[in-house]
Every structure is written in C-alpha cells, then in structure tokens.
Design a protein around this ligand. Structure first.
Ligand code: DX5
Ligand code: ZN
Length: 215
C-alpha cells in the first residue's frame, strides 16, 4: 500500500489547523508542504512562519518540498521546524551532492525532485545518496493541474534503476494524482502519492485518502 501525503497547498488557508487535524486522524502517513519562492517557480506559496504554526499540531511525517533557488540558505530553518524529509529540485542545485550532504548532516532525509523535462538517468551518480526521488508529474508551481502521462514511464525507469542497484530509495509522485490514476502509479513503482486537490477539494477528504490508500 502506498504512503499518502496530502498537500497542504490545496487546503483552506483560513482553516489550516482543521486541515492538519484531519490529516492527523486520517490514514495518511505524511503531510506534504510546498514551499515556493516566485523565482524557481512562477508562484509564491508560504514559508517558515506558516510551517512553524502548523507543525505544532501535525503528528504525521513532515515532507517538505522546496521549489526554491539556493535551498542551502534555508535547509537549517526547515530542520529546526521539524521537517523529516527535505526535497530540493535537481534543476535548482548546481552542487546537488553538497545540498544532499547538508540535508543529511542536519538530520533530515534527503529527496531530489525532477521536473517533467529532466530525465531520470541524470540521477545515476547521486541515487545511492538519496532517501527519496520526487517525480513531478506536472510543472511545479500550482496545484490542480493535469497529470502528464509520460511520468509513468519515468517512474518505471526509476524503479528499475533503484531495484537494479539494490537500493531502498523511495519514489514519490507529485501533481495531478487522483483516485483515477493512483493504482497505475503504484503498479509503475511509486511508494508515496502526493495529493492536493484530490484530497482537500474532495467532498469527503477522509474518504479520498482511504481510496488513494487502497490503490
Ligand atoms: C505543485 C506542488 C504539488 C501540488 C499538487 O507544484 O508541488 O505538491 O500541491 O497539487 P495537486 O495534487 O492538486 O496536483
Ligand atoms: Zn509538492
């Protein structure tokens, strides 16, 4: 069964506490936090002060996805705020190996995210150092976008790379995940399903999480 990581980006920002408590009481193991800087991606979401507030009520694993330039400037902040997984973008890191080592030295699990245009084979030399690879199945920056079908082939190729090398790196998929494509994603090799709109914009978010879990 996949790990479910509801994305707070799609929650009602007037009621973030309620959204966090819903995730606490749900079958979802993680909470996904999208940090955007308006530079790496065209949109700005929220930053440390919001995470500082929500982490006080969250009991689940905090999965922080940095869609920002120069993530090395903020890694320590996110470690102090209780991030369990910290994911940086391949396209934002000139010295990715250094970024990954920094995240681990701060006591967090290290993830690397790939934009839709970035081939999985570019991770060949860094894969053994990673705890997780996040495959973006939409262009990062906004919730509620349509799933890019080619992501399935990338996930399958990444699953082969991980298995062939005897690694235990997790594969996370993010963007346009719904109950309609979740089973296919899990069959292709996904471990963690991020879901924003399909959870928080559903009539019954709890039931949506249960349905994704059964994928
Ligand atoms: C997009 C973010 C996603 C977003 C997913 O840039 O990284 O985590 O919240 O939203 P949905 O599930 O609505 O596509
Ligand atoms: Zn995300």
């Amino acid at each position: 069964m996949p790990i479910i990581a509801p994305s707070l980006l799609a929650a009602d920002f007037l009621n973030l506490e309620q959204a966090c408590r819903l995730v606490n009481e749900s079958a979802a193991e993680w909470l996904h936090i999208d940090i955007m800087d308006g530079r790496f991606v065209p949109n700005i979401s929220f930053g440390q002060p919001v995470l500082e507030a929500v982490q006080k009520v969250v009991t689940k694993t905090l999965d922080v996805h940095l869609m920002i330039e120069e993530p090395e400037r903020y890694a320590e902040d996110f470690a102090k705020l209780g991030a369990n997984y910290l994911t940086v973008h391949f396209e934002a890191c000139r010295h990715l190996h250094r970024n990954v080592q920094q995240i681990k030295a701060l006591g967090m699990k290290a993830g690397v995210a790939l934009n839709p245009h970035t081939p999985v084979h570019l991770l060949e030399d860094i894969l053994p150092d990673l705890d997780m690879v996040l495959v973006m199945s939409v262009n990062p920056g906004f919730g509620g976008q349509k799933f890019i079908p080619h992501s399935l082939e990338k996930i399958a190729a990444l699953r082969r790379m991980i298995n062939d090398n005897g690694l235990s790196t997790l594969i996370e998929v993010d963007g346009g995940v719904t109950t309609g494509n979740a089973a296919q994603l899990v069959a292709a090799g996904v471990d963690v399903l991020v879901a924003g709109s399909s959870v928080f914009r559903a009539a019954d978010p709890m039931a949506a999480i249960d349905a994704l879990k059964k994928a």
